[in-house]
Design a protein around this ligand. Structure first.
Ligand SMILES: [Zn+2]
Length: 283
């Protein structure tokens, strides 16, 4: 049954298979919308050559669930952090629990953590406190960071400038900001994660001319599913849920703006992700 579902779900126009395996560095597979058919979602991802998925852990519960998925499915790995929206919940107990998760072999990054001054579900002060505490955990564990930033590029750069020599690598996931912010991040030698935001004619097209400014060895790709379904898909999907099997479509779009082939972009971003998250390279 799962296999039939896996075959039926994607319209033909979206069933294409890249030549090289891809890594989706931001998949929120613990989201409740995947609760019923995760098996089929992962099968479709593999059929689309998305062989590795980094499952985002945005709070303690979701990070524990991400680790459980990583234990269950080969090719899945987890991050463990507290999203800026939940920063007000940061305390010593949470810090201890997070540190324990970071010691697990399935956890490949600290995060998602960072600053989000767009909605301020937690106050900026609470966000900075939780963020700096997680930067310290990244230093302790030696793990790379999976960063979230929205409308907080200036402050993010100031904080990272202070910590830069002590942390290892860091990726600003789902980059959506402007050219100055991008160059500030590149000056700090940060990695950049691009999503289907770039396919959004209402708010994402400013990213297109910036893509070629991102060095290939610092660029990675992600769906951020179930959020951010690309708005320019060539066929309609049942429901509005985004999933890892659609990553090749995003790679196709980004490759066009990088001025290289899909195959080259796919291979380069995979190599970068394997290095960044220290993944086993046989596959
Ligand atoms: Zn995010």
């Amino acid at each position: 049954m799962a296999i039939a579902d896996a075959d039926d779900f994607l319209p033909e126009a979206l069933q294409f298979r890249p030549s090289a395996p891809l890594v989706d560095i931001g998949a929120n597979l613990t989201h409740e919308s995947f609760g019923r058919d995760l098996e089929a979602v992962i099968q479709r991802a593999r059929a689309a050559q998305v062989t590795t998925m980094i499952v985002t852990g945005t709070d303690l519960t979701h990070a524990e669930q991400a680790v459980a998925l990583a234990k269950q499915y080969p090719g899945l790995y987890a991050t463990a952090g507290v999203h800026p929206h939940d920063a007000s919940r940061w305390d010593k107990n949470l810090e201890r629990d997070m540190a324990a998760l970071h010691a697990m072999p399935e956890v490949v990054a600290v995060g998602e953590c960072g600053l989000d001054f767009n909605r301020n579900f937690s106050t900026p002060q609470e966000q900075e406190r939780a963020f700096e505490a997680q930067l310290a955990l990244a230093v302790e564990s030696g793990l790379p960071l999976f960063l979230h930033e929205r409308d907080a590029g200036q402050r993010m750069r100031e904080i990272l400038h202070v910590w830069r020599d002590d942390i290892s690598h860091a990726v600003v996931h789902c980059f959506t900001a402007d050219r100055d912010t991008l160059f500030g991040y590149l000056d700090l030698d940060l990695h950049i994660g691009l999503t289907g935001w770039i396919c959004d004619e209402r708010r994402g097209h400013h990213l297109r001319p910036l893509v070629s400014d991102i060095p290939l060895e610092l660029l990675m790709v992600e769906t951020d599913c179930p959020y951010l379904l690309p708005r320019n898909l060539p066929a309609k999907l049942k429901g509005r849920r985004h999933e890892p099997a659609l990553l090749p479509w995003i790679v196709r779009e980004i490759a066009q703006w990088q001025g290289i082939s899909e195959a080259e972009l796919g291979a380069a971003t995979t190599q970068t992700a394997q290095r960044f998250f220290r993944l086993p390279t046989e596959s």
